[in-house]
Design a protein around this ligand. Structure first.
Ligand SMILES: Cc1ncc(C[n+]2csc(CCOP(=O)(O)OP(=O)(O)O)c2C)c(N)n1
Ligand SMILES: [Mg+2]
Length: 184
């Protein structure tokens, strides 16, 4: 996937600076010559890294670079903040590809709790009910893909690209591994 994205436009967001998966991909893509924007680093004036930036920034990037593929890698909670912006993408015919890392949780909060209270303490206040984002977005006029293995993601992205629609790849990630992701 990293090689395939060489030279293409990408926009990465996720979950603040700790979003390991998003940042690992971003770094690799930048090494391969892609234009990478880390949307999470768009700080508010209070200095926070807001979760909500990925999808709207992807739509904006596609607006100014309509001939280049635009990808956004985001956590599931971050995506849930403003999933309704997909209506904008559909209405304005901007086929962005959003890869949603689904651990069913505010994963980075688990990382923070672990740091503060230790691994043996129970995690709290982080879980979501299960949501099939690939199905939700079809009802909004998008293309949806579901992947549960790394080997499936490349073909899912290809199908998303050829759909010509704004597309979501619901990518299942291991919720335990996501507490200590590779880019962390
Ligand atoms: C607007 C906003 N609210 C809260 C936070 C604090 N925060 C940082 S990461 C995070 C959890 C993100 O979860 P998710 O997007 O699912 O990514 P994961 O860590 O699970 O991969 C939260 C709540 C934030 N950065 N921005
Ligand atoms: Mg998550």
């Amino acid at each position: 996937m990293y090689q395939d994205l060489k030279g293409e436009t990408a926009l990465v967001t996720g979950a603040g600076k700790n979003s390991g998966i998003g940042y690992a991909i971003a770094r690799k893509m930048a090494e391969n010559g892609a234009n990478v924007v880390i949307a999470d680093l768009a700080k508010t004036k209070e200095g926070n890294n807001p979760l909500i930036t990925g999808l709207p920034y992807a739509i904006g990037a596609k607006l100014v670079q309509p001939d280049k593929p635009v990808y956004c890698v985001t956590g599931d909670s971050a995506f849930g903040f403003n999933i309704q912006e997909l209506e904008t993408a559909v209405r304005t015919k901007l086929p962005v590809i959003i890869i949603v890392a689904v651990d069913g949780a505010y994963g980075m909060e688990k990382t923070a709790q672990q740091r503060m209270f230790g691994r043996q303490a129970d995690w709290f206040g982080h879980k979501h009910a299960p949501v099939r984002y690939d199905k939700v977005v079809v009802a909004m006029g998008c293309h949806g893909e579901y992947v549960s293995k790394g080997s499936e993601i490349e073909s899912a992205i290809e199908r998303a690209q050829s759909s010509g629609k704004a597309a979501i790849v619901h990518a299942v990630v291991d919720p335990v591994a996501n507490v200590d992701p590779p880019g962390n």
